[in-house]
Design a protein around this ligand. Structure first.
Ligand code: TYM
Length: 335
């Protein structure tokens, strides 16, 4: 049986990269699979978060997922800290994963920067908790953007090493699901950098909550080159900003890059940007409005998270009990 798990950090606003690389795919997968979507607050605190902001962001991100079309009754939507089984399995994985594996993680290197010695131990062990998130449910498929690929390879290594260390076929070897035309949306200010919540420039990203004027302004100011748009994909080579904007347009309109270029080839960026703004407003506008409506009812959001967490725990509890058995812990069900 396929079981889908994915997670998203409640650190600030969700942006177009989160939507096109992940959330949109989560929405489409819910029709065919059992899906578990987690707001990963334990991961968020690997870098210091102002407590009230963290609480607010957790509710906002939950609202965004629901506004984007995820049905919290059909799926499980909850915040990670409400299911302690994640942290318990993560400890076991801290003892399975090797330092050498974690030393290779590019996200740690990027986030820790030059001050590696000052980074939290949690930031270093971050991928182990991520593996625990997935494997606590025996998740088989994980829909993510391109930037999470290395973490998912580590999850496979952990599952394999656990299985071989204990001589069991217990954890599945999870497959990443990276699909769509925008698996890596780039910054609007620099086509060589990923669109990210941590970029200091607000003009680098489009947020779920941006209104039509903000969206139009950000796209108008987006970096481009002076040439007109090409009519074939090979004309995008060496033009990262053009490639990014065309990729965003293709993803938002559910078309291929070739189809989009057949339509807009020869146009100047001023005209194309106008088309892109309108499309962005058309897709994100209703999501942003619904999100604002949901955020105004925090009790409703909290009830969804509570209910999701209860159902999540029902799934992980028997799996964790088996893990404790395999590892050799004495626990109530074992004499
Ligand atoms: P996070 O919160 O950084 O991002 C959430 C999802 O959005 C995708 N994404 C992007 N996709 C395309 N272009 C971009 N510019 C872009 N920016 C972000 C990410 O790939 C991700 O799918 N470590 C994870 C959260 C996590 C998780 C998990 C994911 C924790 N446990 C278990 C899967 C399974 C993260 O920080 O995502």
């Amino acid at each position: 049986m396929n079981r889908i798990f994915s997670g998203i950090q409640p650190t600030g606003n969700l942006h177009l990269g989160n939507y096109l690389g992940a959330v949109r795919n989560w929405v489409s997968l819910q029709h065919d699979y059992e899906c578990i979507y987690c707001v990963v607050d334990l991961h968020a605190i690997t870098q210091w978060q102002e407590p009230e902001e963290l609480r607010k962001s957790t509710r906002e991100v939950t609202a965004a997922l629901i506004a984007a079309g995820i049905d919290p009754k059909k799926n499980i939507v909850f915040n990670q800290s409400q299911n302690p089984d994640h942290a318990q399995l993560a400890w076991i994985f801290n003892c399975v994963a090797r330092l050498g594996w974690l030393n290779r993680m590019t996200q740690f290197k990027e986030k820790a920067g030059k001050h590696r010695e000052n980074a939290s131990v949690g930031l270093y062990a971050y991928p182990n908790l991520m593996a625990a998130d997935i494997l606590a449910y025996k998740g088989t498929h994980v829909p993510v953007g391109e930037d999470q690929k290395q973490h998912l390879e580590l999850c496979r290594d952990i599952a394999q090493k656990f299985n071989s260390d204990y001589g069991v076929e217990f954890f599945p070897i999870t497959e990443p699901l990276i699909f769509g035309t925008a698996t890596r949306v780039m910054s609007l200010r620099d086509g060589k950098n990923k669109m990210s919540k941590s970029d200091p420039s607000e003009y680098s990203r489009i947020n779920f909550t941006d209104g039509p004027d903000e969206i139009a302004k950000k796209i108008r100011k987006a970096k481009t080159d002076p040439d007109a748009l090409p009519s074939e994909a090979k004309g995008l080579e060496g033009r990262p900003e053009a490639e990014n904007l065309v990729g965003i347009y293709a993803a938002l309109s559910d078309k291929s890059i070739e189809q989009v270029l057949a339509e807009v080839g020869g146009k100047q960026f001023s005209e194309f940007k106008q088309m892109l703004s309108e499309l962005c407003v058309e897709v994100l506008g209703p999501i942003g409005n619904e999100m604002k409506r949901l955020v105004a009812e925090p009790q409703h959001i909290d009830a969804i998270l509570r209910d999701g967490a209860d159902r999540a725990r029902e799934m992980t509890h028997p799996i964790l009990e088996e893990v404790m058995d395999i590892v050799g812990f004495v626990h109530p069900l074992k004499g």
